[in-house]
Design a binder for this molecule. Sequence first.
Ligand code: CIR
Length: 253
Amino acid sequence: MFKRAIVRQPSKNLVNGITSANLGIPDYNEAIAQHKQYINALLKCGLKVNILKTDEKFPDSIFVEDTALLTPKCAIIMKPGKKSRKGETEAIANLLQTYYSKIEEINSPGTIEGGDIMMVGNHYYIGLSERTNEEGANQLIKILINYGFTASNIKLKNMLHLKTGLAYLENNNLLTAGEFINNKTFSKFNRIVVTEEENYAANCIWINDTVIVPEGFLRVKSKIEQAGYKTISVDVSEFRKLDGGLSCLSLRF
Ligand code: CIR
């Protein structure tokens, strides 16, 4: 069960965020409206939501998931792989002192972003991607083992982050897309397969038995409902323009 979430207000500088999407420039006012909808969905799932003030220096700082990994025993501050995102961790690390007595950190030359980490019970899957290098992953594995968790690495081929194509929905149910569909690492899960046209919707979030899904991906939504979950749809089109999805927009703990 999650009790809280941390989000960060979109900055006007959002228009300068990193992207490979080719979907146009995000509209600031629309992004603010969608972010409010997103917060409402978190509240509906029973979470207390802490909203961090924006920082105009960091166009991608709404994607708080990449800045930290929050486990039941400790918080671990990440080391973003892109220069423009490195400073985002400071405000998050300060805020996390309110909630965690144990805070660890990944150090250079390690790089790692939260979007590359998927928690499945006590095990953490770590994607080795353009943003997460082996050094970063190995540092994280050492920390996790010290706290009694287990972890393993998976090399990514095309996806930005591990959770761009995977979402663990608890109860052994795993939403899978693209390069992960036939990956043997995940064959023990009940896989809910996302077809190519709906790839973007592989990034859903499970919160206390409700799954938040991106608006407009009806097949994925109905498969998740058939698996027994309630769903809430949220329009995140403006964040998609920056390669961001639902999970990236919050830290849940
Ligand atoms: C970036 O490229 O870093 C941002 N524009 C998008 C980050 C998305 N984060 C995530 O998938 N966890």
